[in-house]
Design a protein around this ligand. Structure first.
Ligand code: AGP
Length: 593
């Protein structure tokens, strides 16, 4: 939630900062703002809405400064207004701050500051930060100390960028929200995520919890300090392998379609995952007494799929828990348990909290995570990188396929046959490539056009395809705002079948895994009540009003089957003239609980 960007160097920092904000817009797009220091003065600009079409040279030609911070907002505290957009300022307007996270004790801090005469201009939790810094500066601290002491007063989570009218430095710090430092040639960048500045440098430091970066313009140097101990640290500089091209649309109209098209290549990457890594992860699984898969949203659906595969192929009982619900199970977790977390971003607050809670109980954590250097990666006892590449569209598509594929490789490793896992994924990869070629066929678009105006869509699946039904409907509802709900086929008769009325589209996922007869009977049941049955199946059947073929890949069929629903969701969004990359009310990384 929310993206922050910072620049310090010799250029007009507003250029890379605006550029970075556009790349981070997936983190929030309610409003945005920038502040830049130019010859001793801080200038700023704030705007409600998306930054997408804004052009610095045309819309704000005079705006410049060598030290600059920017923010794109996903509102938590205070409505979507210009006053609540970042940057926020101290009373004397000398300190400007951008912030991602939530300050839990802001009400108490605000009361204290107001008692000291501070005047607030927004309803945000963030605004207390520049006022706190201002207060510390009055106590004769220099800017780095004032920032450090202010941060120590904060409870909750933050990634911040701070500039001051009186200093030629840019300060960034983090606790609970991500922040990456980019090291360029005589210039530095801050970003909530690497794509924010990847155009300018691929040398980065992933700031760790409670770390603060002090970036100096004159000396062209940086210092990383521990906020709690004030000790200087020497973290490793990493080189990012993602190309800018991977992080950009590459000629496609939306990131969503670009990312869906990358799925065969993503599976290829999973096929080549290091056998040693898989074996290490498999031995953690083997030695665990109880195993829980903990994740959110799409990643949780991938986790559910993993649990079915572990049960069906490895005779393992694994429970999937939505990370937000994990606290209610914490008291049952013990030292011999293993928590497998799944996350694209590696920054989802509920997942990180589950990891902390697992560690409190002495359990081990194995993570399937896509973002290198993410908090989750660093907090886990072991991680497997899903290597889907940067996923920018708010809807998770290629990351889902990579997570399913990683579970297949893990299951094959547990069964002692990694080669079998590779063969299965090869089938899935070829099938996805085939489906994506069919993409241009009018059939999917025609269906999308026909169902774009319906109020409800349902999906049914059994066993490994139950997660497909849930995930397919999540995609549709996220991007088209149509009410879409997935059910286990067997559950229909326990209530949901009462929702079926003439013409309602029902997607039926059918795999050649022994569940086909049952799910086809469920399809018959809804058809008998007037539903329009759309079969995503390894073979055609007379119950289907429309048929979309998938390879007969047994319990692995869902890996390619899901691609149809991604495409249907995408084309419905286009039909409804909605932006598939930035659905309303959503953000890519949910860094708030
Ligand atoms: C999927 O399309 C979502 N936008 C959302 O459900 C997402 O999968 C969830 O928030 C988890 O994110 P993560 O994988 O980054 O942890």
């Amino acid at each position: 939630m929310c993206g922050i960007v910072g620049y310090i160097g010799k250029k007009n920092g507003a250029i890379p900062v605006i550029d970075g904000l556009k790349r981070l817009e997936y983190r929030g797009y309610d409003s945005w703002g920038i502040a830049a220091k130019d010859s001793g003065r801080i200038d700023f600009h704030k705007q409600v809405g998306k930054i997408g079409a804004f052009e610095l040279a045309k819309d704000l030609p005079e705006f410049s400064g060598n030290i600059c911070i920017g923010h794109t907002r996903w509102a938590t505290h205070g409505g979507v207004t210009e006053a609540n957009s970042h940057p926020h300022f101290s009373c004397d307007n000398k300190i400007a701050v951008v912030h991602n996270g939530i300050i839990e004790n802001y009400q108490e801090l605000r009361k204290n500051l107001e008692a000291k005469g501070h005047k607030f201009r927004s309803q945000t939790d963030t605004e207390i930060i520049p006022h706190l810094i201002e207060e510390k500066l009055k106590e004769k601290h220099n800017l780095p100390s004032a920032v450090r002491l202010a941060l120590k007063d904060l409870e909750g989570s933050y990634a911040v960028g701070v500039i001051s009218q009186d200093d030629d430095i840019l300060i960034g710090a983090r606790k609970g929200s991500p922040l990456v430092l980019g090291i360029g040639n005589g210039e530095f960048f801050l970003g909530s995520d690497v794509p924010a500045f990847l155009k300018y440098t691929n040398k980065v430091i992933f700031l760790d919890e409670n770390q603060m970066a002090i970036l100096d313009q004159k000396n062209q140097s940086y210092k990383i300090m521990d906020v709690n101990t004030n000790k200087q640290l020497n973290p490793e500089i990493a080189t990012i392998e993602w190309s800018l091209d991977e992080a950009e649309k590459g000629g496609h109209p939306h990131f969503m379609i670009k990312e869906m098209l990358e799925q065969p290549y993503v599976i290829e990457k999973t096929i080549s995952v290091e056998a040693n890594e898989l074996k290490k992860a498999a031995s953690m699984i083997k030695s665990a007494e109880r195993i829980y898969i903990v994740a959110c949203g799409t990643a949780m659906h991938a986790g559910m799929y993993g649990a079915y595969i572990f049960a069906l192929r490895n005779n393992l009982i694994v429970q999937t828990i939505s990370a937000g619900e994990f606290p209610y199970f914490e008291h049952l977790i013990s030292t011999n348990d293993l928590i497998i977390t799944v996350s694209q971003s590696g920054e989802t607050a509920d997942v990180l909290e589950a990891v902390r809670s697992a560690h409190r109980s002495g359990a081990k954590v194995l993570s399937l995570v896509n973002v290198m250097g993410s908090s989750l990666m660093r907090m886990s006892d072991m991680f497997l990188l899903t290597k889907a590449g940067p996923e920018i569209c708010v809807l998770s598509t290629k990351a889902y396929v990579s997570q399913q594929a990683m579970f297949v490789m893990l299951s094959a490793t547990l069964a002692g046959d990694i080669t079998a896992g590779k063969k299965i994924l090869q089938i899935a990869k070829n099938d996805i490539a085939k489906i994506l070629k069919l993409m241009s066929l009018d059939k999917i678009k025609k269906l999308a056009r026909e169902i774009a105006t319906v109020p409800n869509i349902y999906a049914i699946g059994r066993g490994v395809n139950y997660p497909s039904a849930l995930e397919g409907c999540l995609k549709i509802k996220e991007v088209s705002y149509i009410h879409a709900e997935g059910f286990a086929g067997g559950d229909l008769k326990h209530g949901p079948i009462s929702l079926i009325e003439p013409g309602v589209p029902v997607l039926a996922f059918v795999a050649n895994d022994g569940s086909d007869k049952e799910i086809l009977s469920n399809a018959m049941e809804v058809k008998a009540r007037g539903a329009r049955v759309i079969g995503i199946s390894f073979e055609n059947n007379q119950v289907f009003d429309e048929y979309f073929p998938v390879a007969a890949n047994g319990v692995y069929t869902p890996i390619s089957a899901i691609v149809y629903t991604q495409l249907i969701a995408y084309f419905i969004a286009l039909e409804k003239k909605l932006d598939p990359d930035k659905p309303r009310n959503l953000a890519k990384s949910v860094t708030v609980k």
